[in-house]
Structure formats: C-alpha cells, structure tokens
Write a protein that binds this ligand. Sequence first.
Ligand code: ARG
Length: 463
Amino acid sequence: MALWSGRFEKDMDQIVKQYNASIGFDQRLYNYDINGSIAHVTMLATQNIITEEERDIIIGGLEQIRTGIANGEIVFTYEDEDIHMAIESRLIQLVGDVGKKVHTGRARNDQSAVDVKQYLCFELREIVKELIELEKVILQKAQQYKEQITVGFTHIQHAQPITLGFMFMGYFQMFKRDIQRLMDAYERINFCPLGTCALAGTTIPLDRHMTSQLLGFAGPTENAMDTVSDRDYILEFLSTASISMMHLSRWAEEFTWWNSTEFSYIAIDDSFCTGSSMMPQKKNPDIAELLRGKCGRVYGDLMGMLTVMKGTPMTYNKDFQEDKEYLFDAVDTWKASVTIFAKMLKKTEYRMDKIAPQLERGFLNATDVAENLVMAGVPFREAHHITGRLVKLCENKGCNLEDLTDEDIKTVNPDISRATLGDITIKACVENRKTFGGTAPSEVERQIANGTAWLDYTEKEWS
Ligand code: ARG
C-alpha cells in the first residue's frame, strides 16, 4: 500500500498503478529531489521543528539512497509511483520512524515543482553553453570567409552578391536572440516553490527564504496557489526551444540543398553523412535532415504541453505530471541538436570553386546598376525600369550587364552610357554596401567585433 493510503480500503488496480506512475521518467530527477529534501530538513531543524540529530539521520539516509541510485543498486518499479514516494519510502525503510518526518510542511505538488525547477535551471545553463560554442564556430567561420563572395538569395532566386561572412553573422544574430530568450526566461524561472505545499502554504513555521537560498534560487515564489499550478516556465522554455530548433532547422535545410549535386556550394564532412544500403555511390546529408525532423518533435513538445495546461483549473491537477516527458524530450533533443550542428558546421567545407561561377549568373549586380543610375541623377523608379530593359537586352544577347557596350545601352536610353553604369564588378557591389548592417567586409568586421564582445561578456556572466 502507498504511503498516502490511510483513508483507502483497497489497493489500486494494477493497471491503474501503471497508468498513474511517473517513476519511469521522473527518476531522472532523483538528485534534485534529494537536494530539495536535504535543504528542507536543514531548515526544519533550524526552525526547531525537528532536532539536529533527526536532521542528520535523515540526511545520512538520503545520501545513502543517492549513492544506491547512482550505482544501480536501487532499481525502481511502477509500484514506486513517483520519484518522491520512491525516495521517501526507502528513507523510512532505511532510517525508521525518523524518516517519517521528512515530508513535514511539504506536499508533492511543491516537491515536484522544486525538482523540475532545479533541473531546468541547470539544463538551461547547459544549453546556453552549447549555444555559446555554436556562436564561437560561427564567428570563426565569419572571420575566415569575411571576404568570400557568394550568391545572396530571395525566393531561392539569385538576388544580390553577399559575403559568406555576412551570412554567418546573420545566423549569429538568430542564436544570440535564442540565448537572450533563455537568459530572460531564467530570471522568471529562478524562484523556489518549496514550502508552498499543496496549494495554500502551511501552519508549520517554515522558513522558505532559507530553503530557497540553500538551493541557490533568487528567492521563494510569491503565491502558493500560483506556484503549484504554474507551468509557464516550462512553456517559455519550450517556446524558446521551438524557435531555436526552427533556426537550426532552416540552416539544416540550407545545408541539404547547398550540399546537393546541383549546388555543391558546401561539402559536408563524411563523419556527418551516411551511405545508402543499396546505392553504393551515395553520401547523404542525413544529420542535417534529421535535425530538420527533430524540430517537429520539439514543436510537438510545445503543443502537447500547451494543450495539457489548457482548461486546468487552479491549482494542481494530475494533468501536470505530463509536463516532464515533454520537457525532458525537448531538453535532450535541443541540446544534442545544437552540439551536433556546431560540430558539423565546423567541419563543413565551403567550395568557392563551385560558388564563383554562379556569381556570373542571374544578374546579381542589377540593383547596383539601378543605384548607380540614381546617383547619376536618374529617379529610382526610372532607373529600375531602365535596368530592367538592360537585363532583357542581356538575356537576348546572352551576356551580362558589365558586357554591354555604349551602343547597346543607347538603344534602351540615349542619355546613358557604359560609364553611367559605374563599377559593377561583383567585388564592388559587395564592397559598396556599407550601410550599417550591410554586407561590405568592413561592416562584417564591425559585426564580428560586436558579436565577439557580446559573446565574451555573456560567457563570463554565465560560467
Ligand atoms: N508525480 C506527481 C507529478 O509529477 C507528483 C505530484 C503528485 N501530487 C498529487 N497531488 N497527486 O506531478
């Protein structure tokens, strides 16, 4: 019979026990559960609710249980129900009646929340570290390819020339915001639920400030009712995870087509590809594809959790037990995805030999022609039209804008010549885009310097 079975006359049905149990997944919280109990009994002793001797016996027992779980001596079954009951019942077996005092002034509602919050605060910091590592790889690549020109696309059509360094710094900004979102969420997560009890606090004179401090939180949560029914912090984390996975997935998608035979802009390292069981020649970008697929999984975690919460009245409801699997899955998936992507990116070769010929195609310098006409006094709309006519002329002649002669140009507009079109080499097109946030190497250098300073600061703050 369960520790809570006083008012029951029958044991639970076996299938109900299995259905009800969360031990299968919440056992991964055992360290946090034990930390919470140690802080709790330390406070109970300071408040003279238990004696110092009782405190020490309980702590000794808990440490023994911690070791037993860590080295695999303690094995759980669904009969244990959840990690809280599993540890408490073993404590009582181990130290006898004193163990029955551990749950004084505490419910599983606040206990489960304090376990998850400790876990999340830890994992959130781990993910920040992984994202920082990814940002370092991006900065390195941006520096390396600061001046290498590639095709910039809109609608997957050739648009304007950019540098690879510029593109890298674009991705840098996305992951910077992901890190900032995590740090921002952390400020709200980092409050301690312990001692809010079932929903209304307790008549037992706890010191919640003390337990909060012992566990390293910024302070105790403000309202007990809100605390045991709040899962916002999980939802915030899951939405941040979803946004960040979306960023990774978009880049992974780019990897797959940049790696295709048609593009070959990049060569993904063998160690991040797999072969085909049937076609001997194949080298597939499976890891990039899988990462794109994993994004769907994390969205599912967010949608699942939003749906669990919808329609749950104040305060605790058993529905909330479902929070852990969504959270664990998202943590595992996101963390691994960031780590793997950073490694893959580091080893990816950017094939300038394949990219260079593509710069000749698709009139990447057309906007520059129009802008140079503007600087020569032609109103933009007219310059746009003239350039459009010039592009058409090139298509008919089978040449590029820079190949047009004065005679060709006069057929479109008698007032302009080749000289009016200015320097429209691809290099000039890139170097002249000097506006703040533009693709000019000088601008990319500024972005790299700013990014490096921000990353150094953030790394120091968070280590
Ligand atoms: N295993 C439960 C959970 O994770 C612990 C809380 C149970 N509380 C209760 N009143 N049944 O949510």
